[in-house]
Design a binder for this molecule. Sequence first.
Ligand code: NAD
Length: 488
Amino acid sequence: MLNMNLEIPQHIENYIGGAFMAPTNNQYFDNINPATSEVYSHIPDSTATDVQLAVVAAQKAFPAWSNASSDFRFRVLNKIAELIEENLETLALAETNDNGKPLWLSSKVDIPRASENFRFFATGALHFSSESHSMGNSAVNYTLRKAIGVVGCISPWNLPLYLFTWKIAPALAAGNCVVAKPSEVTPMTSYLLARICKEAGLPDGVLNIIHGNGPNCGSEIVKHPDIKAISFTGSTRAGKDIAAIAAPMFKKISLELGGKNPNIIFADCDWEKMMRTTVQSSFANQGQICLCGSRILVEESIYEKFKADFIARVQAMQVGDPLDENSKQGAVVSKVHFEKVMGCIELAKQEGGTILLGGKAVQPEGRCANGYFIEPTIIENLAPNCRTNMEEIFGPVVTIQSFKTEDEALQKANASEYGLAATIWTQNISRAHRMAAQVQSGIIWVNCWLLRDLRTPFGGFKNSGVGREGGWEAMRFFTEPKNVAIEF
Ligand code: NAD
């Protein structure tokens, strides 16, 4: 067991070349607990100079790490998985303090999944193989897959350690050295991860974690000529900026971006399972999951029944202190995000939407009186192409619309510039297959939501991104293939 101090450090440090250090400019900004609005630590405001130090450290570590046996890489990454598990309580509390999500959620989902990511890709290091293509009796081709070198990983605030490790683990398993930046809004668990990596025996310089914001630090990672691939998860806006910088430099990019996911409900669904899951898929993590279904499409014949049952169930959800185990919803991540979501609710009203439930801020009593809490909000009477139904809100806000036919459901589902995920509820197996084939999303769930197998391709169509993560897709992204043709 790591002897980790539950006290949150006053100053988060960068982790470069195996050493914990202040940013070179010695500048920090505030880290705020969104459930209380209090500043509780300080985050390095790193710049290009820190990125350069991290790249040099990663380059120095690369030959030994990329040439190490896959068994060595497996053991180190598996050890990191174990240490995350052993320190679950510390990490879960840090995640909740940073993000505002309920502690039970950090403990049950975020931190276990971070450990799972390392364990899964540790075994990936052992099992990864490349292809061979025989040309009859005359020749053979084989593909060599080599680590790229130094790669950049940049992640968002909604599932902080979960998504940070989802990138770092395959990058390391494939033999790369990494310069990584977590979201400046939720940096604490990645700082603790650095301590875990040190303890697990990850060689110095193999993983470098620097803290800072998008413009000063994230974009410096993207611009750096010696960082040859960028794996990014975040907003479509930032993804566009990253693509514009990376494309002329011919960098490999993987972009996991925003979503506006349809949740399509047919009258023949399993009602109880659909209702239970729809409450979760709408509001889990305060609606701040890129996979949440924010546009609920309901067959006309069950629309009124759905509305009544959905409102009743959502109304029963307790919003409040993330440390209270009865809170189903915690705080949204920051004041800026709180204002953005409240602005979206205002816009929905201006667009003629009817607020069926919620729409207001919540002010809990006690320590969370000044936190950023929003009622789960359900809105109807909006056209499919209004801004509320087109733009990502990324908060506890859903709209409901009705449809008469399968074609209309499909049209409404696809009436979006995004194409990340979709959920389909029906007991008609032919319809499920038909819809799954035609909905324009990278991930389709039929009669379930967020059922994840880490081997499957993960990513979006349209403005939801470029490339796929998960399983061999991730290992292939983080390697450069070379074909060798031999004539006999
Ligand atoms: P964001 O784009 O503001 O920031 C994400 C990360 O990128 C942060 O670390 C930030 O500092 C950095 N960054 C910002 N601008 C940058 C730039 N120009 N160059 C380099 N780095 C930059 O996103 P966010 O607000 O942290 O996260 C919410 C968004 O993430 C939502 O749009 C959500 O849908 C999306 N998301 C997508 C997925 C997915 O798998 N597709 C998963 C989670 C979140």
